[in-house]
Design a protein around this ligand. Structure first.
Ligand SMILES: [Zn+2]
Ligand SMILES: [Zn+2]
Length: 97
């Protein structure tokens, strides 16, 4: 990783990504200038993965999970991950009884 500029597919659409590609925060109403590097990405993988949507956000609109294996995420993805984690914890608790 660490390419300045590359292309990825996100929801079937080809987009430019990389830290040399300028963007504004993908959150509605936020005008913060960012780049499409991994530092601004929601999720682990450009284009989206099981955690993130593959959109790009400013620092203020990225949330860091308490769980080690999870990446930084935007608010909706973070909420979904939290809900999933709570559900998993519940299922684990039930399984242990
Ligand atoms: Zn997201
Ligand atoms: Zn923002």
């Amino acid at each position: 990783m660490g390419y300045a500029r590359y292309e990825v597919y996100r929801n079937g659409e080809r987009i430019e990504a990389g830290y040399a590609v300028e963007d504004t925060c993908n959150r509605d109403g936020c005008e913060a200038k960012i780049d499409r590097g991994l530092g601004c990405l929601c999720g682990h993988t450009p284009g989206g993965d099981e955690f993130g949507c593959g959109h790009y956000f400013c620092e203020e609109h990225l949330f860091v999970s308490m769980r080690d294996d999870e990446p930084q995420m935007c608010e909706p993805c973070f909420d979904a991950a939290e809900k999933q984690a709570a559900k998993d914890a519940e299922e684990t608790a039930v399984a242990q009884i």
